[in-house]
Design a protein around this ligand. Structure first.
Ligand SMILES: Nc1nc2c(c(=O)[nH]1)N[C@H]1C(S)=C(S)[C@@H](COP(=O)(O)OP(=O)(O)OC[C@H]3O[C@@H](n4cnc5c(=O)[nH]c(N)nc54)[C@H](O)[C@@H]3O)O[C@H]1N2
Ligand SMILES: Nc1nc2c(c(=O)[nH]1)N[C@H]1C(S)=C(S)[C@@H](COP(=O)(O)OP(=O)(O)OC[C@H]3O[C@@H](n4cnc5c(=O)[nH]c(N)nc54)[C@H](O)[C@@H]3O)O[C@H]1N2
Ligand code: SF4
Ligand SMILES: [Mo]
Length: 755
């Protein structure tokens, strides 16, 4: 660390390693390579398809280990983790005959995933204690009847692992039926980024390419735990530091891998000693990033680092944004964000004096009731400093699932782009005046109110991903028919049961499909996945997502507006995509040229922006009022010694969203999932010592017997893992995007038995 103003929040426990990444990563590769599944794993790694795991993106036609700019050895252990889970043997057929629903409901996320691959369709009928095998005739009969219900009462939910082709077909099917209820996991994730970027820049995604990032000499990384969730971004940070650049990390938790990271991509200089990552590490109060960024803006003004000419030429609304930063007092700013003026000034002077700054962020920014304001405030900072729209500078939301962005581009969203709407209208030969549509939270609420009859889930775990698990269960239980398309069993299949019929359709994944598919990375690069073969035994009764969706559509709509069965050949889907989806023109030739491409109109290396006026639109960002309830508001006995904290909920080292691979998180010193990471000072306030067991209570439920772990988290805040923690709190959402405030959950912590 090359800052002297280190805040006092960095004490970790004795179990925590000194660097992120490092040798354990290599040990994991070795362990997996030597396991019985090792040969299959390596075959899959070399298959020409995109990495399953995160949206940073690699693989595709250039081979499993090459990224879009041709660099080799671009594959991290998270991709191994994801593949290893997918190449597991099938769940034995007799397993479901011999385990009741009640037994299945007791499985943890990890146990459910470890059962193996799903390899035949199943149904759980109303009142039955079991999932039983089902034949395709009956599946389509039930599914057809379900989706013939009034269009406003049918819906879909999707998760970003499927292909662009499946996503396109899903939205075409729903919209042809007259439904706009296309809920998607992005509603729980980057929807605030999409919303803010669309308004400010006229585009929904990152405007920085990987090539451009490589020219930056400063990266601001806010609310992203990249060593865990986008590990190859760490290589870019290491290279940036090596060329003399600076990294500013903004995160209430001092994540060890953001301080020092040992990367296997640089085996000698980095892997064991570790490379310095953060030049400056700021630890704001959870949910206060707007105040911190307004503080940076204020310091930029005071340091004379405002790009006045740029603002005048290329932006609108800048006067009010500058006025806000100017007029807010330092006292208000620093007391809201909990970061000192000196540190904020240091951040501003790094940003003001760097040649190219990229501002990147993830869930620590979006999952708040003011997530959209958070994104505005980051983009305002980029604009004010003129650090945008040139090579090496700009704004870069770091996306989640490996094809979540592709789902959005294909129109799987309740906020359909005007261009896509018009193209669909042409295809349908009628106007598409669809109702508002349910995003994920609206879907849960509507289902709870009995307004949804039928739901198709293309991947994901709607039950496990939502806050207030009891509400999610109840809501899903009000839906007549739910059809889950999935590769692996998860807790949602057992707890998210429909009222009448719950059907699980086992699907092929990206490297097994009998046809080619495509996906889009967070850096706007489209990759082509070759055909593949499944390792599942010959008698496995699995289907591709594309085949299921087109067959269902054919049975519902015959040949309107397209010959659906013909679309089982995905080349035709790509032709439709080329005609319908802005920026995707090049997909029309991809089957012939094999040329993967950057979507046109996304990357901005010089103004104008993509808004109608060509100017970026700036918005002022009110500072949040970050109060917490009092212990008595949680209805606990006042004699109990307790502490109210702002709980951040997120991912451990070895999990992918709701799917847990390993129970511990060694880099945070958390030995299992039933831990709360808190600051020692907070623990001592109520007489706790490390490893003691406490109760953590939210506004819906509590978890008992939670182990206290001391961590480098700032005072007043704490961290726990989802999906388990989702039982204890209700959704408070960002109103413009519907995204739940997973990163600032008010909880009370106490010991159950006090005399
Ligand atoms: N291996 C792996 N890779 C993944 C995933 C996975 O589960 N496993 N999930 C994928 C998906 S869908 C997503 S969305 C991404 C998620 O990637 P991330 O966004 O990196 O994941 P999170 O664990 O949610 O945590 C984000 C970080 O935000 C910090 N944080 C919490 N509150 C605040 C705040 O108020 N302000 C700031 N500045 N920081 C805060 C937390 O301390 C944490 O370090 O990763 C994707 N990649
Ligand atoms: N408390 C809390 N809750 C959160 C978050 C948080 O940070 N804190 N993060 C939120 C975020 S960012 C997200 S994105 C959501 C994630 O929510 P989801 O996307 O709904 O959940 P996943 O756990 O990614 O879904 C995993 C399942 O997808 C299925 N699957 C995997 N591959 C395929 C495939 O190729 N095809 C099909 N059809 N199915 C497949 C498997 O059955 C697997 O069990 O969770 C959200 N929930
Ligand atoms: S960083 Fe993401 S895309 Fe790259 S190999 Fe790792 S999980 Fe896959
Ligand atoms: Mo996500």
């Amino acid at each position: 660390m090359d800052t002297n103003s280190q805040p006092p929040f960095h004490e970790t426990n004795e179990e925590t390693p000194e660097i992120g990444g490092g040798l354990p990563v290599i040990e994991y590769w070795a362990e997996q390579t030597l396991s019985p599944l090792g040969p299959k794993l390596w075959k899959t790694l070399f298959h020409h398809s995109a990495c399953l795991s995160c949206a940073w993106g690699t693989g595709g036609q250039k081979g499993g280990f090459t990224n879009e700019v041709g660099e080799k050895l671009q594959r991290c252990m998270k991709s191994v983790e994801a593949i290893s889970a997918e190449i597991k043997p099938p769940v034995p057929a007799q397993f479901f005959d011999s385990h009741t629903i009640a037994e299945l409901q007791k499985l943890s996320s990890r146990e459910a995933d470890r059962l193996g691959r799903l390899s035949f369709p199943m149904i759980r009928r109303a009142g039955s204690d079991y999932y039983e095998r089902l034949n395709w005739d009956e599946i389509y009969t039930i599914a057809k009847a379900a989706f013939e219900k009034p269009p406003e009462r049918v819906a879909s939910y999707s998760s970003g692992r499927g292909s662009n082709e499946a996503a396109f077909l899903l939205q075409l099917l729903l919209r042809t039926l007259g439904s706009n209820n296309l809920a998607d996991c992005s509603d729980l994730c980057h929807a605030p980024s999409t919303s803010a970027l669309k308004e400010m820049f006229g585009t929904n995604t990152s405007i920085v390419s990987l090539e451009s990032l490589k020219q930056a000499d400063c990266l601001v990384l806010a609310g992203a735990n990249s060593p865990y969730n986008h590990p190859r971004l760490m290589n870019e940070l290491i290279k940036l530091r090596e060329r003399g650049g600076k990294v500013i990390v903004i995160n209430p938790v001092m994540e060890i891998g953001l301080v020092k990271f040992g990367s296997p991509a640089f085996p000698i200089k980095s892997l064991i000693p570790g490379s310095d990552i953060a030049s400056l590490y700021l630890q704001p109060i959870p949910g206060s990033d707007v105040a911190l960024f307004v503080g940076i803006q204020k310091a930029l003004i005071e340091q004379g680092q405002i790009a006045q000419a740029f603002l005048q030429a290329h932006t609108e609304g800048w006067e009010d944004v500058l006025k806000q930063a100017h007029s807010l007092s330092w006292e208000t700013i620093t007391s809201t964000c909990g970061v000192s003026k000196a540190e904020i000034e240091t951040a501003a002077s790094i940003i003001g004096t760097s040649k190219g700054v990229v501002f990147a962020w993830a869930m620590g920014i979006t999952q708040h009731t003011n997530g959209v304001d958070n994104v505005y405030s980051i983009a305002n900072t980029a604009l004010i400093s003129g650090q945008i729209a040139s090579m090496g500078a700009g704004i870069m939301p770091i996306r989640g699932h490996s094809n979540v962005q592709g789902f959005g581009s294909m129109g799987v969203t309740v906020k359909l782009k005007e261009e896509i709407k018009q193209a669909l209208e042409q295809l349908l030969g009628r106007s598409l005046n669809l109702p508002k549509g349910y995003h994920t939270r609206d879907l849960i609420e509507a289902a709870e109110a009995g307004k949804v009859d039928s739901l198709i889930c293309v991947g994901g775990n709607l039950y496990g991903a939502n806050p207030d698990s009891a509400q999610a269960k109840l809501a899903l239980g009000n839906i007549d028919t739910i059809i889950y398309l999935a590769t692996k069993p998860n807790i949602g299949h057992f707890n998210g049961l429909a009222k009448t019929n719950t059907i699980i359709i086992p699907v092929l994944n990206r490297f097994e499909n009998p046809h080619k598919t495509t996906v889009e990375s967070g850096n706007n690069f489209v990759r082509l996945n070759d055909e593949g073969k499944t390792h599942l035994p010959k008698n496995a009764d699995v289907i591709s997502e594309v085949e299921f969706l087109t067959e269902l559509a054919h049975r519902l709509l015959d040949e309107y507006p397209v010959d659906w069965r013909k679309l089982q050949d995905t080349r035709y889907v790509r032709q439709l995509i080329a005609r319908t989806i802005p920026g995707y023109e090049k997909i029309a030739d991809i089957d012939i040229t094999k040329e993967e491409f950057t979507i046109s109109g996304r990357i901005v290396t010089e103004p104008p922006f993509k808004t109608p006026s060509g100017k970026a639109k700036m918005f002022t960002t009110p500072l949040p009022t970050l109060t917490l309830p009092q212990a008595k508001d949680f209805n606990i006995d006042e004699r109990v010694n307790s502490l109210v904290l702002a709980l951040m909920t997120g991912r451990s080292y070895s999990q992918h969203n709701t799917v847990v691979y390993k129970i511990g998180d060694k880099y945070r010193g958390m030995p299992h999932r039933h831990c709360i990471l808190i600051n020692r000072m907070d623990a001592e306030k109520i007489g706790l010592v490390e490893h003691e067991r406490v109760t953590v209570k939210g506004d819906t439920d509590k978890l008992d017997n939670v182990e206290v772990i001391y961590g480098a988290v700032r005072e007043g805040a704490a961290l726990m893992f989802y999906p388990e923690v989702n039982v204890i709190f209700k959704a408070r959402t960002e109103t413009r995007s519907g995204t739940p405030a997973y990163k600032r959950v008010p909880v009370v912590v106490y010991k159950e038995s006090y005399d």
